[in-house]
Design a binder for this molecule. Structure first.
Ligand code: NDP
Length: 346
């Protein structure tokens, strides 16, 4: 039984043995959630390319992760100008794979990128000026081989540039056809409210906020989620697994092939401390009682919030995406399970 009607299948793709043909069941197991008060739906799980898509990462694995994700209904892929290493490498890798495998599926994909962090030397290569944001997006489009992105973000607030200039640049980016929607990332509740009002007045409402959120970092519960609700902005959360700490990966030490085990990553072996491991072990016990893995539980816990549009995972291999997607089939957490989790996090 195929769920995608025959008329949507490409006849030419089937003739090319190397060509990627997306699974016909790709929409059967994925939930889609609305981004704030917008017309755009995002998959409950989206894939980010911050890590694992740099020049040192084998492209065959990157390609396998992207293909498997799309086959499982993950339609949203999140990038930034500086993802790599080196900066720009993840967009280049994505561009190569997109060109080979996904061109025919462009209208089924939501692709985002960002600018805000250090990207090139001199005063025009970071922060939030109109000069930087527009030039950076043009570079990103070139690296990815795209005509437009679906979402373009201001990656971080700029304390020096007037917010009107940064938001004005986002509005221009949409009007010039480079992006369909805009978002902000790492903005405080107050900055978010101000940014949202400026954007709405310009006629380009803010689609998404992208903050960090997981069981170990709940800062968005103290104000940001309320602002997003009031303003009708969606919320896509990054590092939902605390970069892997909210998985079973570190319960018996730091594996050499893990993020904390590899040199030069943001997660360091010293972040894997006894307190974190003890908490992860307790949470893993609760997950097991539900028949879930800890990683799956961490995603279920985030999605308990109706305001969260999507959980933005990272993955170093296809099996991790499979596991997290399979975790969506489990029932929501009960009140007593939620209370138990609260106890473990205190
Ligand atoms: P996660 O918290 O999901 O961490 C991903 C890591 O967790 C993987 O690389 C893998 O580690 C491990 N993992 C994933 N699935 C499993 C599993 N099923 N079992 C065991 N371990 C698993 O997210 P990231 O920190 O990677 O962030 C996700 C995305 O969010 C980024 O790619 C980026 O798009 C975005 N982001 C945005 C930021 C911003 O400022 N806006 C900042 C940071 C991220 P291992 O490599 O050890 O296998």
């Amino acid at each position: 039984m195929t769920s995608i009607p025959q008329r949507f299948l490409s006849p030419t793709a089937a003739q090319l043995p190397e060509a990627y043909i997306a699974s016909t069941t790709r929409y059967d197991q994925m939930a889609f959630r609305r981004a704030g008060r917008s017309g755009l739906l995002l998959p409950a799980i989206s894939l980010g390319l911050w890590q694992n898509f740099g020049d040192a990462d084998p492209i065959a694995n990157s390609r396998a992760v992207l293909r498997r994700s799309f086959d499982l209904g993950v339609t949203h892929f999140d990038l930034a100008n500086n993802y790599g290493p080196p900066q720009g490498a993840a967009e280049r890798t994505f561009g190569r794979i997109f060109g080979a495998d996904f061109k025919g599926y462009r209208d089924e994909m939501v692709i985002s990128t960002k600018a805000g962090y250090d990207m090139w030397p001199g005063p025009y290569g970071e922060w939030g000026s109109r000069k930087y944001l527009i030039a950076s997006l043009d570079q990103s489009l070139q690296r990815m081989g795209l005509d437009y992105v679906d979402v373009f973000y201001s990656h971080r607030p700029d304390p020096e540039t007037p917010l009107e200039e940064t938001m004005g640049a986002l509005d221009h980016i949409v009007r010039s056809g480079r992006a369909l929607y805009v978002g902000i990332s790492n903005y405080s509740p107050e900055q978010t409210r101000d940014a949202s009002r400026i954007l709405r007045a310009l006629g380009t409402p803010c689609l998404l906020h992208q903050p960090r959120y997981n069981m170990f970092d709940r800062h968005i519960e103290e104000g940001l989620l309320d602002v997003l609700k009031e303003e009708g902005i969606g919320c896509i959360v990054f590092s939902p697994l605390a970069q892997g700490l909210l998985t079973e990966r570190y319960l018996e030490g730091v594996p050499a092939d893990s993020r904390a085990g590899k040199a030069g990553r943001f997660l360091k072996p010293e972040n894997v401390n006894q307190e974190i491991v003890d908490r992860a072990r307790k949470l893993a016990g609760l997950a097991r009682q539900r028949g879930q893995s800890l990683a799956q539980l961490a995603v279920t816990w985030i999605l308990r919030q109706p305001q969260i549009t999507s959980v933005l995972i990272g993955a170093s291999r296809p099996a991790q995406v499979e596991e997290l997607q399979a975790g969506l089939a489990y029932p929501p957490l009960t009140e007593s399970e939620l209370q138990e989790i609260e106890k473990f996090l205190r």
